[in-house]
Design a protein around this ligand. Structure first.
Ligand code: C5P
Ligand code: MG
Length: 195
């Protein structure tokens, strides 16, 4: 990436329906951090005419499995470059597994400064109901895909959160309450990180 200053990054992790996107929009409005959702970037790449990865991404999204990091990390880096300057980037829904983590550490680790990991924790039943009711027209917001996504989250993403816990980088917030009261706690975490 161009420039010499390392970009601030906050990873935002949590099960599907935990409110990652909702909270990121609020943070972005107040703090000027740029919201980069790995899932949104992959969906856009899936739709892009001439993309050689469309079919592969579609298969992973339907099955709730994780796209190879070479693809996702490149999309994130391109979006960071395209966005120009910002106080930081909210990297939402990444790193989701061991492959995501090692690929990021290799390619982006030296170019970025990981401030902390925002862990939005929420009971599975609450999350599932939110996804089934949110009506965003997503092909993976159905019971079968959700079961698979939650399985992937439990088996592959939780170990990544544990990895960052060992490094003392995790700020955990319970997101079963409404979005505005959750945000009060989220902003505490941000204010501490930027104090
Ligand atoms: O975060 P979101 O729920 O939008 O992700 C939707 C899907 O996109 C995931 O279930 C997964 O198939 C894919 N994805 C991925 N790698 C990521 C983030 C999302 O493969 N880091
Ligand atoms: Mg999302």
């Amino acid at each position: 990436m161009a420039g010499d200053a390392r970009h601030n990054v906050v990873f935002v992790l949590g099960p599907p329906g935990s409110g990652k996107g909702t909270q990121c929009i609020k943070i972005s409005t107040e703090y000027g951090y740029i919201h980069l959702s790995a899932g949104d970037l992959l969906r856009a790449e899936r739709q892009r005419e001439g993309s050689e990865f469309g079919a592969l991404i579609e298969e992973h999204i339907t099955n709730g499995t994780i796209v190879p990091v070479e693809i996702t990390c490149k999309l994130l880096e391109n979006a960071m470059i395209a966005s120009g300057g910002a106080p930081g980037f909210l990297v939402d829904g990444f790193p989701r597994n061991e492959d995501n983590l090692s690929g990021w550490d290799r390619e982006m680790g030296p170019k970025t400064n990981l401030q902390f990991v925002l862990f939005l924790a929420c009971p599975t039943e609450v999350c599932t109901q939110r996804c089934l009711n949110r009506g965003q027209g997503r092909t993976d917001d159905n019971e079968e895909s959700l079961r698979k996504r939650i399985q992937t989250y439990n088996n592959q993403t939780l170990p990544i959160i544990k990895h960052y816990e060992k490094m003392n980088l995790v700020r955990e917030i319970d997101t079963s309450a409404d979005a505005d009261s959750v945000y009060e706690q989220v902003r505490n975490a941000f204010n501490k990180a930027n104090a």
